[in-house]
Design a protein around this ligand. Structure first.
Ligand SMILES: [Zn+2]
Length: 150
């Protein structure tokens, strides 16, 4: 059993909950997902893999995984219902448009990650993940705001 699975099991039993096959399916799927996802996307994925997990179980399990720290909620645009895995080191950074909510990804240069790891080390901190998000206006929204000004 993976460490995260053991942690989840322990966490569930501390809350008098069982590590059911359904919760296991959700956890497995979540650990394989890259990038951000929402509950509906996860439900579709489980269905296409012919795994039977009720909607309520998916929602509840995601909630528990957030509380355990495996996942975190992320807001993309106006929707705050996305999740990201805290355990994967993401290779990409994101450009988030505060005008229309569009998110584009870019590859974070290795030297930036080197700097961030060095910085963590100086604080005796063991990094598991990091996010790099740049908020601003995408070309479409930028043009629109310029047009509004003129
Ligand atoms: Zn935009």
């Amino acid at each position: 059993m993976k460490e995260v699975e053991l942690d989840f099991k322990k966490y569930l039993s501390s809350r008098k909950l069982k590590y059911t096959p359904e919760r296991r399916k959700v956890l497995d799927e979540v650990l394989n997902l890259r990038g951000s996802f929402d509950a509906d996307g996860l439900i579709d994925k489980l269905r296409s893999d012919r795994k039977r997990v009720s909607r309520a179980t998916v929602y509840r399990t995601l909630d528990l995984l957030v509380k355990l720290g495996v996942l975190r909620r992320v807001a993309i645009g106006e929707r705050a219902s996305f999740f990201e895995n805290n355990l994967q080191w993401k290779s990409n950074g994101q450009l988030v448009c505060i005008g229309c909510g569009k998110v584009s990804e870019f590859e974070v240069p290795a030297q930036i990650d080197g700097t961030l790891r060095g910085l963590s080390k100086r604080h005796d901190f063991r990094p598991q993940n990091r996010t790099i998000e740049i908020f601003g206006y995408c070309p479409d929204c930028h043009d629109k705001s310029l047009r509004a000004l003129s």
